[in-house]
Design a protein around this ligand. Structure first.
Ligand code: UD1
Ligand code: CA
Length: 513
């Protein structure tokens, strides 16, 4: 394929959205519409960009055998709220490609916007021979489709090739005009169409491949319409008048759908969501109820994972193989290992390692990390903490800013008091510790390996390894966890789980201050 430069128009305000956010920054399946447009274009002009993208379609073409071609440059024409638009894009151009954000101060129409981008396209040592123009408000065009457009453009040796769609509700789209022999004779905007033209069902998608040299020399011929706008679509009329070859590629209407208002935004979301779900299902993920499952474009899921009804998987989330997610779970920006279970829980910016389980009604917050086999039961919350391998934390607990060692048991209602009103402090809990029910751990504090706390203990001082502390504030009730019979008097306590729940005064030999 010849070198292709990409221009994406994204300067319009999008008045019909009735939003403070510029239109192209609105997201579909978790990505700004403009980002979808950029990824699709990049996927079409550079090899191997869209391969792992579940939002990209599958038309049977084999991306791996694409001929490498130089991608870009890319120019995004921004104007209205340019900074907000740029910030909405979380995507880097493929290595070696350049991306320019070009400012269109006044939105004088799509033709004017392309003219603004000319300099960026021709700045490099070798300027592209073909220019692909797409609109930032058209998020559903697949990279494969743009690729087909470019190939058709070359095959037909056309000056201009554009995508069209067929619809029974052509609404605000530009209509494609053809002569008796089916040759394109022009594009007329809906607002300027005669009733006869308005009835035409074939519409312009706003996706075009141009011969670069022709485009640059003809943009100056555009004249403003009474509303002051220069229409890119008028180039079709100019090409036809010159006797140039104008080709079209008719594709499914959903691919050409432009989003101008929030009704269309919801429709685009619906279509994109179905595509994404389909990709996951074909990839070996069971989705019990696609109608209530929401998976954003950036999420990856391993084989044989089951997604139960009512789940939303968002952001930069990866889920391993053989997991059980839901029902009713929300996972955002998190890494879930293989064989994990998330029942009716929220997971945000957290990591669950292999075989860890949470829920129902648990909450992992930023910086929570569950080591393999850790288990959180009902109403457990973890923030910025490592929960060790095989830890059990069954009911009503909060662990924040802490480290919990392997095989420790966190009793019902145990809480780290990590915030004293001014600072956050760390709690260190060792391995094989038994934290009794309703224990309060006032950070900073350390509980040594093998130690125990009694029910309701308020731990304000470090607990040595193997010791038992009880009461409020918690006092030493036993220095070591297991004692030889001949030392029983020194240690002051025999071992035994139940004892930990009794106050010190109720036990012989308990330490008093
Ligand atoms: C445009 C087409 C129409 C087509 C439809 C497909 C023209 C004149 N009309 O209409 O034939 O059927 O798209 O969706 O092209 N933009 C700029 N600068 C401007 C004006 C617009 O960057 O000065 C950008 C907008 O941000 C938007 C895109 O160009 O992303 C299209 O503009 P929009 O106003 O939405 O055009 P439509 O009326 O939808
Ligand atoms: Ca539009």
């Amino acid at each position: 394929m010849r070198p292709v430069g990409v221009i994406i128009l994204a300067a319009g305000k999008g008045t019909r959205m009735r939003s403070r956010l510029p239109k192209v920054a609105h997201s579909v399946a978790g990505r700004a519409m403009l980002e979808h447009a950029l990824r699709a274009a990049a996927g079409a002009v550079t090899p191997a960009v869209s391969q792992d993208d579940p939002s990209a379609g599958d038309d049977g073409s084999d991306h791996r055998h694409r001929q490498p071609s130089p991608g870009g440059p890319f120019a995004v024409v921004v104007g209205h709220e340019a900074e907000a638009v740029r910030a909405a894009v979380r995507w880097e151009p493929p290595r070696g490609s350049l991306i320019y954000y070009v400012i269109q101060e006044q939105q004088l129409g799509t033709g004017h916007a392309v003219r603004i981008a000319q300099e960026a396209m021709t700045a490099g040592a070798s300027s592209p021979e073909t220019i692909l123009v797409t609109y930032g408000d058209t998020p559903l065009t697949r990279p494969e489709t743009l690729r087909r457009l470019l190939l058709e453009h070359e095959r037909a040796a056309a000056t201009l090739t554009f995508l069209t769609g067929l619809t029974n509700e052509p609404g605000e789209y530009g209509r494609v005009l053809r002569d008796g022999a089916g040759r394109v004779t022009g594009i007329v905007e809906a607002r300027h169409a005669t009733p006869e033209q308005a009835a035409i069902r074939e519409v312009n998608s706003g996706v075009y491949a141009f011969d670069a040299a022709w485009l640059w020399s003809r943009l100056n011929l555009l004249t403003p319409h009474p509303n002051g706008e220069y229409y890119l679509t008028d180039l079709a009329d100019i090409a036809v008048a010159e006797g140039q070859t104008v080709a079209t590629l008719n594709v499914a209407m959903e691919e050409t759908m432009g989003v101008n208002d929030r009704v269309a935004l919801a429709e685009a979301e619906r279509i994109m969501r179905q595509r994404i779900l389909r990709e996951h299902m074909l990839g070996g993920v069971t989705i019990e109820d696609p109608a209530t499952t929401y998976i954003e474009a950036s999420v990856t899921i391993g084989q044989d994972t089951v997604i139960r009804p009512g789940c939303a998987l968002r952001g930069a989330t990866t889920i391993g193989a053989g997991c059980e997610i839901g029902p009713q779970s929300v996972i955002r920006d998190s890494q879930i290992g293989d064989e994990c279970q998330v029942y009716a829980s929220w997971v945000e910016e957290a990591v669950m390692e292999r075989g860890s389980r949470i829920g129902p009604m648990s909450h992992l917050r930023a910086g929570a990390r569950l080591m393999p086999g850790a288990f959180l039961g009902n109403f457990a919350e973890v923030k910025n903490s490592v929960i060790g391998e095989g830890v059990d934390m069954h009911h009503f607990s909060y662990i924040g800013d802490a480290t919990v060692g392997a095989h420790t048991n966190i009793g019902a209602g145990a809480i780290t008091m990590n915030y004293d009103g001014q600072r956050k402090s760390h709690t260190e809990i060792g391995e094989r510790v038994f934290i009794g029910c309703d224990t309060l751990l006032r950070a900073p504090v350390t509980v040594g390996n093998g130690a125990s706390t009694g029910g309701g203990a308020v731990v304000t001082r470090d607990v040595p390894p193997g010791a038992l502390v009880v009461g409020m504030p918690a006092r030493m009730a036993r220095r070591v966890r297991s004692v030889r019979p001949d030392q029983a008097n020194d240690a002051g306590e025999e071992t035994g789980g139940d004892q930990a729940d009794k106050p010190p005064s109720a036990r012989p030999g308990a330490e008093r201050e």
